[in-house]
Design a protein around this ligand. Sequence first.
Ligand code: GDP
Ligand code: IMO
Ligand code: MG
Length: 424
Amino acid sequence: MSNTILVGSQWGDEGKGKIIDVLTGDMDIVVRSQGGNNAGHTIVDGDKKYVLHLIPSGILRKGKICVIGNGVVIDPVALVVEIKGLQERGIKVGKNLLISDSAHLVMPYHRSLDERREALKGKNKIGTTKRGIGPAYGDKAARTGLRMADLIRPDVFKAKLAQRIKENNAVIKGLGGKPINGAKVLAEYTAAAEVLKPFVTNTVTYLHKAMDAKKEVLFEGAQGTFLDIDHGTYPFVTSSNTTSGGACTGSGIAPNRIDTVIGVVKAYTTRVGEGPLPTEEDAIGDMLHGMGREFGATTGRARRCGWFDAVATRYASMVNGVDQLAITNLDGLDGLPEILICTGYRIDGKGPVLDTPPTDAGELARCRPVYMSMPGWMTPTDTIRKYKDLPPKARHYAETLAKLSGAKLFIVSVGPGRAQTIQL
Ligand code: GDP
Ligand code: IMO
Ligand code: MG
């Protein structure tokens, strides 16, 4: 495969981790370029299940290099826990992991501010993962952030931290929160720095040299298009660019070095947290939750569920330049006699049919879906391994999703395991 960006074309949790793990087999390097440990990417390898938050989903594959790029925000303590957790399970994390020296740090005051701001928003809360992501990116934009390069220089880190603790504690107190103990943070972060230091490098030059040597790179998106800070359902979004452009800025790789963009979608729609979700349908959520599915990989919250929204995914294909579509969780619809696909919106269910989502979240919340109906295939698909063996109605459904999304059908996934992947 050539240099490829993989993004979520919905509201996150599309199954990106599973698809990355499958595609890594043909790649040399996997790069995360945005987000932080708000992400939860699930990989099932035989009877073992892994949930990755900061480490790229290529880590389970031997001989592959994983890079945490400059655009990621890193909670160093959480990253150490993740590294040790994988090592304890026999997964090699050593020279195969590189961490950008310019990635920003998530600090305990970011988590505290995230929690306080959400509490103060009351019923208007975003429903964040409370991992401190928004305040960390806020500091980055305000030019008051601390970076990996600071963390691994003890004197620099100590001095900068003292100043940041002072300012942030004043804000936290003003918001009714408990001040952060600077000495405790210094001790915890210094210990994490010891572990992380060997991994830290200039990943931008590393990636360029590797690409010059014809290594093939897969960029692993976190979150999804409608959680993008610019293109999502603002303010119910995360704080980074989750769309394909974010992969370039978040890794230092120019757009003209990218060959392909893959969009991942579920065969239906899910969202965790607050904000508009036009096709939300409790009955679908009840069915999927009843099957033990659609609980958040990071927070365990039940995901909101609904029918496939082709208005949204078509827009996502446009913004990301999606060439190829990977559809996951097709098996989730195996038992349904009838399946709906949203092909348009009408505001308050009246007036003209919209074929692109309104950018205003309030207006999007008023959109009522216009559906087309398709017959279900009513056959288990989870043991099927070849595209031609899928029930004709399932193939027709997948092909319709791809057509409506304006992308070429590339993968159909019928279960969480590696083998349950049909590549066209
Ligand atoms: P990500 O954040 O995009 O990597 O997705 P998550 O891991 O948060 O959520 C996707 C969920 O769907 C995980 O539990 C996966 O194991 C699971 N999954 C992925 N593809 C399939 C599939 O085709 N069928 C089923 N049944 N589960 C899948
Ligand atoms: P992956 O990579 C789904 C959602 C949160 C909340 C909003 C803002 O697994 O697809 P944040 O903590 O980022 O400030 O929360 O974004 N969110 C995700 N939803 N999957 C994710 O990541 C998410 N990361 C953040 O639920 O609505
Ligand atoms: Mg997830």
